[in-house]
Design a protein around this ligand. Structure first.
Ligand code: ZN
Length: 207
């Protein structure tokens, strides 16, 4: 008789039913459902527990607008923009002044703090310069954020453009601009390895 259908072999399904814990899949679905009921308010189709866990630096779900104090609702890109953009087209938006912030994919977690139009523009401008630094120096994202947090003298966990206020956006942008200009003016230097970010950005000759 094969071990697989031996009468003394424990039946996994029965064991799980008896233990009352359910299968991993059932437990995951239960958790997702709980999160959906709690945060989705009928808007999010689902929330993935692994996706929530993957977000290292989190902020609380906004309930009150930091500009005008009005209530914040979870809504969709379709409602706000008239179309869907990206894989997770949901947004937290102030009911009164329409300051808003997107969500981490497959989660209920906000990407950062609510932003009005000037702040949204400043964030995207700052991020554009930061991406240029990444591509110019061939940095990894982790290294780049570490570098930026040191330059801005803020904790790494707070170094996210979606978390920045206007002043921090301007600071980040100027730091990135300076790094890019320094590279341009340092191109003549043949005695140093100029291709690697960490060497160039910390090179005393080009500070
Ligand atoms: Zn508001």
């Amino acid at each position: 008789m094969s071990i697989m259908n031996h009468p003394n072999r424990h039946n996994d399904k029965d064991m799980r039913r008896r233990s009352g814990r359910g299968t991993m899949r059932q437990r995951t679905q239960h958790m997702e459902h709980r999160l959906w009921v709690r945060y989705g308010k009928g808007v999010l189709p689902y929330v993935k527990k692994y996706a929530v866990k993957r977000v290292k630096d989190t902020l609380p779900v906004p309930t009150e607008c930091r500009y005008c104090g009005a209530a914040v609702s979870l809504t969709t890109h379709q409602v706000v923009f008239g179309g869907s953009y990206g894989p997770w087209p949901y947004v937290y938006q102030c009911d009164a002044c329409h300051a808003r912030i997107g969500l981490h994919p497959e989660t209920h977690l906000p990407l950062g703090t609510l932003a009005n139009k000037p702040l949204r523009m400043a964030r995207s401008e700052g991020k554009a310069h930061f991406l240029k630094v990444i591509s110019r120096f061939g940095m990894s994202r982790d290294d780049a954020y570490r570098w930026l947090s040191i330059q801005m003298d803020i904790p790494l966990r707070e170094c996210h453009f979606a978390w920045f206020d206007l002043k921090q956006c301007a600071h980040a942008e100027s730091v990135c601009r300076e790094a890019l200009e320094r590279t341009a003016s340092a191109q003549h230097c043949a005695t140093r390895e100029l291709n690697r970010c960490r060497q160039l950005l910390t090179c005393s000759a080009h500070q």
